[in-house]
Design a protein around this ligand. Structure first.
Ligand code: NDP
Length: 342
């Protein structure tokens, strides 16, 4: 059969992102297939199992999830649950002897990230965080151009990520405004794309962060989590990054890198299906023609290949931990009104 040789994935949490983006992307995968579903909604799970050709005996609930250890069809467990549940299900999956792919943000605390890494190490299993931009052609091309010196010496980066959060209209947004489940507001959810982009575009780790936050506390959406948060990152080479993140902008997801020879603009930088790149200098602008690719399928295939070939994923647990650490430092800097060394 066409699927033989592909690694089996269990999808944990059949929500908006899992059902609308991830599950449909398996058709573009060379090395990955869906072999199990884990859900608290039995009817939805049954229907999706039929649609995707998953055996009924391979549908699990959160209660009997641990028995997935006895299912040889499952190599990798993909956690697509609300942020606060990532740690528990990653640790349970590792204990069940499965490799783990986990959504961003990795967890809602540094301690949880460390426990997840320790659990996967102890079990001898791979842990990858689903940073899809690392598998997306425009972002990969941008990294390549920067590393080759096309922009000259990098001086600065700006990145803005925002969208209107709609907890009363969209079920997927309802837990996002609850601090206990989301861990934080726009920064945890989408500002993380700006933060992560500054790191993969420079190839450096920041040494200091500053931040300012403003949320309208009379807006019921922002009783517990932040809306607008602006932050800066200082990198060892002297690159200065300045980023904004918001739950009330009209949708934006862009980034721009400024070098001493040229600038490079990605707008959108972190969309699902549409990206645009522009490069410019004193003489003019060009728009390199790149082909869109299915970043979700590329990411799933990468995880499968890492497991099959015993390689460390490009975006391992340690990558997710770094961002959660920087996010906590950004929150601390905003709260104290002072720069925080990281
Ligand atoms: P949803 O709320 O749509 O999905 C979460 C699913 O988790 C639910 O549908 C439900 O599935 C399950 N679940 C179990 N317990 C709970 C609970 N107490 N409350 C709510 N849901 C619960 O959210 P998203 O799909 O938008 O987000 C899920 C994860 O994916 C998040 O970590 C998010 O950051 C990440 N994400 C990543 C994106 C990316 O581009 N990489 C984009 C969007 C989200 P069931 O009914 O099957 O049990």
């Amino acid at each position: 059969p066409a699927d033989s040789g592909k690694l089996g994935f269990a999808i944990v949490g059949l929500g908006k992102f899992a059902t609308q983006q991830i599950m449909p992307s398996f058709k573009d995968c060379k090395h990955a297939r869906i072999t199990a579903l884990v859900s608290g909604s039995p009817d939805k799970a049954k229907q999706l199992a039929q649609e995707y050709g998953v055996a009924e005996k391979s549908i699990y609930s959160y209660d009997n999830f641990d028995s997935i250890k006895d299912n040889p069809e499952v190599d990798i467990v993909y956690i697509i649950l609300p942020n606060s549940m990532h740690a528990e299900y990653t640790i349970r999956a590792a204990k069940a002897g499965k490799h783990v792919l986990c959504e961003k943000p990795m967890a809602t605390s540094v301690e949880d990230c460390e426990k997840m890494i320790a659990a996967c190490n102890k079990a001898g299993k791979k842990l990858m965080i689903a940073y899809r931009a690392h598998y997306e052609p425009f972002n990969l091309d941008a990294m390549d151009r920067i590393r080759k010196g096309e922009l000259g010496k990098i001086k600065a980066i700006t990145s803005d990520h925002g969208r209107p959060v709609k907890p009363t209209e969209d079920k997927a947004d309802s837990w996002r405004v609850v601090k206990k489940m989301a861990g934080g507001g726009s920064l945890m959810d989408i500002g993380i794309y700006a933060l992560n982009a500054c790191r993969y575009l420079t190839g450096e780790e920041p040494v200091e962060v500053t931040a300012q936050e403003f949320s309208d506390k009379s807006d019921p959406r922002f009783k517990e989590v932040e809306d607008n948060i602006h932050f800066t990152l200082r990198f060892p080479s002297g690159v200065l990054a300045s980023c904004t993140s918001s739950y009330s902008y009209s949708e934006v997801k862009r980034g721009r890198v400024f070098g001493d020879k040229a600038w490079l603009d990605l707008d959108p930088l972190s969309d699902y299906y549409e990206h645009n790149m522009k490069i410019g200098d004193d003489k003019g602008k060009e728009e390199p023609k790149l082909k869109e690719g299915n970043q979700f399928a590329a990411e799933l295939d990468h995880m499968a290949e890492c497991v099959r070939d015993n390689k460390t994923p490009k975006t391992p647990g340690e990558e997710g931990l770094k961002d959660v650490r920087y996010i906590m430092a950004i929150y601390e800097a905003a709260k104290k009104g002072k720069a925080v060394k990281v």
